[in-house]
Structures are given as structure tokens and as C-alpha cells.
Design a binder for this molecule. Structure first.
Ligand SMILES: [Zn+2]
Length: 183
């Protein structure tokens, strides 16, 4: 991936007030009430800017063959650049949440994963992103940081750094709170 430090491109969607022109026909967008909420609307071609959260997937990769260890990645880009999280990222068009989790794990850690189950779905505090978390174990590949991860490594569960995002912390807590989810 090119060195792109533009955090807007990296992860944000644009709030409605920043949408000035129709992306389809270039006419001015106007405010219009749709489904009880003001939305940006193109009166020429009918385009409506539906403000929605971005769907994402993340994965807790575990290895219980020797000790309880998890794979974390250190983020290269904002938000929370330099901090540790589970591998994950946005779901691409044409991809399921599960497929996105598997792809992101491979891209960021080099590992091919076998998904064992789903932990749940959480909205970020701002409501900007909705993340479905899975748990998995490695099925192949070699651990190596890639794309938007600066570093990828195994941590013993009890020595893992605090995860950068509350959603990731909650997903990990869910995993730890369910007895023997992994056995
Ligand atoms: Zn238009």
C-alpha cells in the first residue's frame, strides 16, 4: 500500500454537511427529509446521501497449542497509530464479514486463519463503524506484519498491551468471559 497518511481517506466517511455536489451528476445537493431525517439530496437525478456506519470485521487469533497467546498488530495509520489492536478492517463490496476477517488477518499478519466462531458485533462510540469480531486459530502462513500494520506479534494473554479501541477491548472481554469458548 502507498504511504497514505490522510486519515480521512483511511477511515472516515464524510458527514452530510461536507457533501456539496452530487457525485453522479454534479448538481448542488440540498437538504431534504427522507425517513424522518434531513439528508443531502440531488433534485436533478434523485441521489440521496445515506449516512451510514462503515461495516468492518476484526479477528482474535489465538494459539492454545503451547500457551494462551493472541496475535496483535500495531497500527500504522490513524486513528490510534502506533497502538495495538486485533487485525481487522473495512468490509469490501462483494465480501461477507467473515471473508473480510480472513482477508484482513492475512493482509496484516501473514497468517491464514481458521475461524472458530463469532464474538459479536459492536458499534464504535461515535457510531461511525460497526465491527463484527471473530475468533480463530492459525491454519498456515508465517507471522509477518503487512499493509497497514507496523508490527505483528504473539502476546501471552496476560501480558498483552491494552487494546487501542473500546470495541476491541469489549470483544476480548466477551471472549474471556465465556467459559471455554475456545475448547
Ligand atoms: Zn445528481
Amino acid at each position: 500500500m502507498a504511504d497514505n497518511t490522510n486519515e480521512f481517506v483511511q477511515w472516515r466517511h464524510a458527514p452530510p454537511n461536507l457533501w456539496r455536489y452530487c457525485p453522479l451528476c454534479r448538481a448542488d445537493l440540498i437538504d431534504c427529509c427522507w425517513d424522518g431525517k434531513m439528508r443531502r439530496y440531488c433534485s436533478r437525478c434523485g441521489f440521496v446521501y445515506w449516512e451510514r456506519p462503515l461495516p468492518a470485521a476484526a479477528v482474535l487469533i489465538l494459539d492454545f497449542s503451547n500457551s494462551e497467546e493472541i496475535v496483535l498488530v500495531r497500527r500504522r495509520y490513524p486513528p490510534e497509530a502506533g497502538h495495538w489492536t486485533m487485525p481487522g478492517g473495512g468490509i469490501e463490496a462483494g465480501e461477507s464479514a467473515l471473508q473480510a476477517a480472513i482477508r484482513e488477518a492475512k493482509e496484516e499478519t501473514g497468517l491464514e486463519i481458521v475461524v472458530d466462531g463469532q464474538l459479536g458485533t459492536w458499534s464504535t462510540p461515535t457510531g461511525e463503524t460497526v465491527i463484527t469480531f471473530y475468533f480463530a486459530h492459525p491454519g498456515g502462513g508465517t507471522l509477518m506484519a503487512g499493509t497497514d500494520a507496523e508490527e505483528a506479534r504473539w502476546f501471552p494473554l496476560d501480558m498483552a498491551p491494552t487494546l487501542a479501541f473500546s470495541t476491541h477491548r469489549e470483544a476480548l472481554e466477551r471472549y474471556l468471559s465465556v467459559p471455554r469458548m475456545h475448547q
